[in-house]
Write a protein of this length. Structure first.
Length: 355
């Protein structure tokens, strides 16, 4: 019979689409108990009751806190438990012991016990989550719009000569407006008729996607102007870049312990690669690459329009660095500059709730 009155214990949850597996281990890593729950509201409450039945519960490790485990993470956090994000099971143990949902749940618990899993999950119900949903939708619309205009131009190139001549030299907006207003045969038969019909369909799709992009951008601008005015005032930053930095940081201000941790999260801190008498650093290819790209775009804007940034890059190049290495230094500076502003932005909603 399991003794629920023992010392510290640690929980782990292996998440899937339809079911989750919950397990508990003691401070020495010994299995204490596990259950399988459905991925429903009733199942999440069952998991909370199971974990609360262990008075010494310290931390719960949850896999996929941003997708399959998002709902159960919210339920556990609301119940007052500490949650840590588990990225992946231990591959060495998996090769030696095989894979089951039970094993993965115990592995998640062992990850928080050993200290391998220390990252707090991102908040999934606040300002940052709202921006993530809007930006993800906007990004997919931008990609689809680019694919649509490329398809239109390719179809014009391969289509009848009179069509290519009529719409040659027009900008994307004028081209799609003209094609959308055209009147092709409603029952196309020949290749020329079907090409004209398909071009009108694609043009209307491009205009619809453009309208959606503008609408989503307006909502992002509104949210950032209201909740992150200091970040929006950073030279070279814009709606897309600031939204991405906040999404990378997550809605939980406790995720980032320091400015250096934020630099590591964005992949802007160099990695030591010294050996013997050689003392050097190499490029960091880890971290969130979208956040790294956002910092790069801010750096490029500053390099073009800010004299102080141009002077700094020239000075670093005179010291022997390449232009790319100097730009990486600028990205590291921007990460250092934006970190306290991001913390203040993430902390504001939390303070409002306390007040």
């Amino acid at each position: 019979m399991v003794n629920h009155k023992q010392g510290l214990v640690y929980g782990g949850i292996d998440t899937h689409v339809d079911t989750h597996h919950v397990a508990v281990v003691d401070a020495h890593g010994r299995p204490l108990g596990d259950i399988q729950i459905p991925a429903t509201t009733v199942g999440y409450r069952t998991a909370v009751r199971f974990l609360q039945s262990w008075p010494g519960l310290a931390v719960v490790g949850v896999e996929c806190t941003g997708s399959y485990g998002a709902a159960v993470t919210r339920e556990i956090t609301t119940a007052g438990m500490t949650v840590r994000e588990v990225n992946r099971p231990n591959r060495f143990d998996r090769r030696n012991r095989g894979k089951t949902d039970t094993f993965d749940a115990y592995s998640a618990a062992e990850a928080v016990l050993s200290g391998r899993a220390t990252a707090a999950p991102k908040g999934a119900d606040g300002l940052v989550e709202s921006m993530r949903v809007l930006r993800t939708t906007r990004s997919s619309a931008v990609k689809e719009r680019t694919a649509t205009i490329n398809q239109i131009k390719a179809m014009l190139i391969a289509g009848p000569a009179d069509l290519r001549t009529r719409y040659q030299g027009l900008s994307n907006s004028k081209l799609t407006t003209a094609l959308a207003a055209s009147r092709p045969n409603r029952t196309p038969v020949t290749a020329a008729e079907t090409t004209r019909y398909a071009l009108r369909v694609l043009a209307r799709r491009w205009l619809l996607l453009t309208e959606q992009i503008l609408d989503l951008t307006t909502h992002l601008d509104r949210l950032l102007s209201e909740h992150a005015p200091d970040l929006m005032a950073v030279f070279g930053a814009g709606t897309d870049t600031i939204a991405q930095l906040l999404i990378t940081a997550g809605g939980n201000p406790d995720r980032m312990r320091s400015e250096s941790a934020f630099a590591s999260l964005t992949g802007t801190c160099p990695i030591p690669a010294s050996s013997g008498k050689t003392n050097r650093y190499r490029l960091n290819r880890a971290g969130d690459r979208q956040a790294n790209s956002a910092l790069y775009r801010i750096a490029i804007v500053r390099l073009r329009y800010d004299q102080a940034t141009r002077d700094y890059v020239q000075r670093r190049m005179a010291e022997g660095k390449t232009k790319l290495e100097a730009i990486r230094c600028v990205k590291r500076y921007i990460a250092r500059q934006t970190y306290p502003l991001i913390c203040d932005t993430l902390q504001a909603p939390k303070q409002a709730l306390i007040a």
